[in-house]
Design a protein. Structure first.
Lengths: 398, 128
């Protein structure tokens, strides 16, 4: 018997006797059914409950920036689904549907998916492609009768949570008629959710720039230029994903997957660079912690790639060795940024800075040696140095 | 049908590559330049139908490239793209009509190219 029919029978037996057959259900589905059972959700519901039109509209207005950030990604997913009957749904952190895009039948036909305002938390609708990812805090898939309520059995749904600033703010979900179509959309769904998170982060960087500039006067241009350089990697990732969606539609899966992989990598780089930028822009001194000085130096060098290219100064790796130091992360990053920029200024256009990192007796040290372009200076420029106390070695046996 | 040619001027290889793939899907022929000066050199050999130009670049930025083209009286549709918050002000100061703020969506750049190429040349020479 196929998994589909076994699950369908398990659901029917649950309707009859109220007992969950653990052996038949996938682990994630079993947990979702147990939660729905404990919450006394009615499995024989045909439709999900919904907010009134006025309440829905008010909620959509309040969350308009989130809906707007997610829309292009939902459209890309819809584009990748091609001619399949499908809907892409965006839910908020409480499982309320905020936005739906897809083919006309799925969005507004007689057997449409739940529209904006529908309440799809597990408390209201049991296991489903929006409520279950929220309850599990991660990606979840529900195929046909794995949905707790009968009205959702025609659909194969998958959803993934969207985070912003360390909190779950919603779910992106796809709903299709064929399980194979759902599998095909998996990679692009995951990438789209990361893309929405990056879009939200991008907006936060824009909001923070004014605060950062007032906290760090004199660094206006630098911080704004660095922010632009960071956004550049996200901008390329966003377009890659949208191209991948088009290519998926035309069935060139290998190329589309390659584009998605590149988009995922660029989004990861964007996130790490954005975190770095926030440290640099912050006026917070931060507590002392153990840090890899070489890794911190590499991160700042990468962040400065475009700035250095604009100033036409090359960064050259000197002698480097990993060294752990005990310092404030934000202060160390700012000092590294400052010394690299001073080095670049000293070297001048067409010059280079040689960056060496390593331990001396009690400190970890970064040395920046500016080297002007050939024929510009007739004597060596002084090196710039930063030093931090080395981290204490772990006590043996501890 | 005549093949359309676009020159992408951006110091970010990732951005050039992805823009090129979008345009190639739409059957554009692509010429790439890594900054404003490189673009000027390549314009000696190529005659693109449109220039898609990043603003923040080494050696010669987007607005400076536009200014150089205008001074030389070269009329090529010009689209400025940038992640700068004040990109619209930069464009306005330079007299650039077509501008997009990064990050933008695929349909936005497609529509912008349509507008730029149907609207005619960008930089207007002193005598035009």
């Amino acid at each position: 018997m196929s998994q589909h029919y076994a699950t369908r029978e398990a659901w029917q037996r649950y309707i009859s006797v109220g007992r969950i057959e653990h052996a038949v259900l996938r682990e994630q589905v079993r947990r979702a059914w147990e939660r729905a059972h404990a919450l006394r959700v009615n499995p024989q519901l045909f439709h999900a409950e919904a907010l009134s039109e006025t309440e829905t509209e008010r909620m959509r207005q309040r969350l308009a920036p989130f809906i707007t950030a997610a829309r292009p990604y939902a459209m890309s997913l819809s584009c990748a689904a091609g001619v399949e009957r499908h809907a892409v749904m965006l839910g908020n952190e409480e499982g309320v549907v905020l936005d739906v895009v897809g083919d006309e039948q799925s969005v507004s036909g007689p057997q449409a998916v739940p529209g904006p305002g529908s309440l799809l938390s597990e408390e209201m609708a049991g296991a489903n492609g929006i409520g279950t990812p929220l309850a599990e805090g991660e990606y979840a898939e529900l195929v046909g009768p794995e949905h707790f309520i009968g009205g959702f059995h025609p659909f194969s749904c998958q959803g993934i949570t969207i985070g912003d600033g360390g909190e779950v703010v919603g779910v992106l979900s796809t709903s299709v008629r064929r399980p194979q179509a759902s599998q095909r959309l998996h990679d692009i769904l995951v990438c789209a959710a990361h893309g929405i998170e990056a879009e939200l982060l991008c907006h936060r960087l824009e909001e923070k720039i004014d605060r950062a500039l007032s906290a760090r006067p004199g660094e206006e241009h630098l911080l704004e230029d660095l922010r632009q350089d960071i956004v550049q990697s996200y901008a390329a990732a966003k377009l890659r994903l949208q191209v991948a969606a088009r290519v998926f539609e035309s069935d060139q899966n290998a190329y589309a997957l390659e584009l998605l992989r590149a988009a995922r990598e660029a989004i990861a780089t964007f996130r790490s660079d954005a975190a770095l930028w926030q440290d640099l822009a912050s006026s917070d001194k931060g507590g002392l912690t153990d840090l890899d000085l070489l890794e911190m130096t590499r991160q700042i060098e990468r962040l400065l790639e475009t700035e250095m290219a604009t100033q036409q100064v090359q960064i050259v790796a000197g002698r480097t060795e990993p060294v752990m130091v005990h310092a404030s992360r934000s202060r160390l990053l700012r000092e590294l940024l400052d010394v690299l920029l001073r080095g670049a200024k000293a070297a001048g256009s067409g010059g280079a800075i040689v960056v060496s990192v390593g331990p001396s007796s009690v400190v970890g040290q970064v040395t920046i040696q500016p080297e002007p372009a050939a024929g510009v200076a007739d004597r060596a420029l002084p090196a710039l140095r930063l030093a931090y106390p080395r981290s204490p070695l772990p006590t043996s046996g501890s | 049908m005549k093949t359309r040619r676009a020159m992408i001027v951006d110091d970010s290889p990732a951005f050039r590559t992805v823009l090129a793939s979008i345009l190639q899907i739409n059957r554009w022929e692509i010429i790439e330049a890594i900054d404003g000066l490189d673009a000027l050199e390549k314009l000696e050999e190529h005659s693109p139908d449109v220039l898609i130009v990043d603003h923040r670049m080494p050696r010669l930025n987007g607005a400076q490239l536009y200014e150089r083209l205008r001074t030389e009286g070269r009329e090529i549709p010009f689209v400025l793209v940038s992640a700068a918050q004040d990109v619209h002000e930069i464009a306005e100061r330079a007299g650039i009509e077509h501008v997009l703020q990064k990050p933008f969506d695929l349909p936005e750049i497609e529509q912008m190219l349509l507008r730029a190429t149907s609207a005619g040349p960008g930089p207007e020479g002193e005598n035009s």
